[in-house]
Design a protein around this ligand. Structure first.
Ligand code: ASP
Length: 312
């Protein structure tokens, strides 16, 4: 049978082992495992990689433990504004930015891809499209968690912003979510969903919903989803750069990801990482932060769930 595999992430950043309680760690690992298995099940049943990545990301959006859907970080105005993106390796793509009342932004991004002639919809217009296509209005209250409110209050007056995994006094560090997959038919797909960064203002949008920055998929090459400080990933066009290195330089997935994440991105201060799967189903996680919540089922069917950077 042709290879298939899936990898997911739940955000990257300053995730310190000494600040992680055993119960919290097992709750996060549990949700990562449920999510990766939801996506893998789609693949084992002969489904498409686009459907697998949506299935995995929806589980993470519904969990309060991650910065996407329920549990998203708060803006300066104490609102939730979410971004999401999906790309099919056949070049179809859909994305939404600054949506406030959509329970599963990744499902809306999928509908933008399948049912509109556009790639990226934002704000009220994206929600108008959503309600015309069967999405239910979800009150802001649904997305709120006390911890995100405390995180905002800690920096609200400071005129600074922070990754959801920044080193807060509490021990809960969770982030943006994403998934990449290869299906049995050779299709690659990538999906990313986020609440962005704490204390963001002015309709700020990060890398996650931007094709070639936080999300990219190209059949015959690679699928990538990123987590980290979006302003850096945007300026380095991180996922497009990794794909281009593989396409033009012939680098393998590991070499290309490490070159970008440990190279110029790190040098300019861009903290974070990516998950990637190539067209043979090889998975690679690259991070220059202390940790990245991540899980995979590789092409031999092996499940892996990890949080911290590997010791080298
Ligand atoms: N990349 C996301 C953004 O900048 C944040 C994150 O990964 O946690 O919006």
């Amino acid at each position: 049978m042709p290879p298939f595999s899936i990898a997911i992430h739940g955000g990257a950043g300053t995730i310190l082992p000494e600040q992680m309680s055993a119960s919290l760690q097992s709750a996060i690992e549990h949700d990562l495992e449920v999510a990766v298995k939801a996506g893998y099940q789609v693949l084992t049943q002969g489904g498409l990689s686009v459907d697998a990545v949506v299935a995995a990301v929806k589980v993470l959006e519904d969990s309060p433990h991650f910065n996407a859907g329920k549990g998203s970080v708060l803006t300066h105005k104490e609102m939730v504004e979410m971004d999401a993106c999906i790309m099919n390796g056949n070049s179809e793509a859909g994305a939404v930015a600054c949506v406030r009342h959509i329970k599963n932004p990744i499902a809306l991004a999928y509908d933008v891809m399948q049912q509109s002639q556009h790639v990226l919809l934002m704000g009220d217009g994206a929600e108008e499209f959503a309600f015309q296509h069967g999405h239910i209005f979800t009150e802001q209250d649904y997305f709120f968690t006390d911890r995100r409110y405390e995180q905002l209050m800690a920096i609200k007056d400071s005129n600074s912003v922070a990754l959801s995994e920044a080193n807060y006094p509490d021990d809960d560090k969770h982030g943006t979510v994403g998934a990449v997959a290869l299906d049995q038919y050779g299709n690659l797909a990538a999906a990313t969903s986020t609440g962005g960064i704490t204390n963001k203002k002015y309709g700020r949008v990060g890398d996650s919903p931007i094709i070639g920055a936080g999300t990219f998929a190209e059949n015959g090459n690679v699928a990538i989803s990123a987590a980290g400080v979006g302003e850096f990933f945007l300026r380095k066009a991180v996922s497009a750069d990794i794909a281009a290195r593989m396409r033009y330089l012939g680098e393998n997935v590991q070499t290309a990801c490490e070159a970008v994440i440990q190279g110029e991105l790190k040098e300019m201060g861009g903290e974070g990482g990516v998950i990637a799967v190539d067209c043979q189903g090889e998975i690679h996680f690259a991070l220059n932060s202390i940790g990245m919540y991540r899980a995979s089922v590789d092409k031999s069917g092996q499940l892996n769930v990890k949080i911290y950077a590997e010791k080298t």
